[in-house]
Design a protein around this ligand. Structure first.
Ligand code: HEC
Length: 143
């Protein structure tokens, strides 16, 4: 008897699980930005994309300057659409782009690109205020 009910029981469990809230809360988004996104951008992109290049060049120092468009009107970061975000498409081949080829030690790994894709897919949370202010940062891999 119980065996015959098993398919129904498992369907019930699967359905019940899909009702559980699984989305990230604001605290998770803030943590993801601070611990994953911010350090990678600071170590790999900020030495150039810090506002020293004349606009409309990409400036990743703040949310306001990062969420803009390039000279041909394409978005640098389009929340929920990583494949249409230049931040991803510019570096997805080999983790680098032509303008930074001379600095190959700054190239992103596949994991880091995947992390940035996931962040944009999740809405690209970027805090206002000092937490959302990015500065060039040296590291062991980028002395
Ligand atoms: C060694 C300097 C340097 C580094 C490091 C660097 N870039 Fe760039 N990048 C440039 C220059 C110069 C340009 C051309 C000006 C512009 O469009 O911002 C550029 C352009 C871009 C563009 C615009 C592409 C377009 O088609 O308009 C994106 C997006 C970009 N970079 C992303 C990144 C990301 C993400 C990182 C970090 C992983 C990064 N860059 C690291 C120098 C650099």
């Amino acid at each position: 008897m119980i065996l015959r009910l098993l398919p129904f029981i498992s369907i019930f469990i699967v359905t019940a699980c899909s009702w559980l809230p699984t989305g990230k809360g604001k605290g998770d988004h803030a943590r993801y930005f601070n611990t994953q996104v911010k350090p990678v951008l600071q170590q790999h992109c900020l030495q150039c994309h810090n506002g020293s290049l004349p606009p409309p060049a990409l400036n990743l120092a703040t949310k306001a300057t990062a969420f803009t468009r390039n000279a041909s009107g394409r978005e640098y970061i389009l929340p929920r659409a990583p494949s249409r975000s230049l931040l991803i498409t510019a570096v997805q081949r080999g983790g680098t782009h032509a303008k930074m080829m001379s600095r190959t030690e700054l190239s992103l790994t596949d994991d880091q690109i995947g992390m940035l894709r996931e962040w944009i897919e999740d809405g690209a949370y970027w805090p206002e205020g000092h937490r959302g202010y990015l500065q060039p940062q040296a590291s062991a891999e980028n002395p």
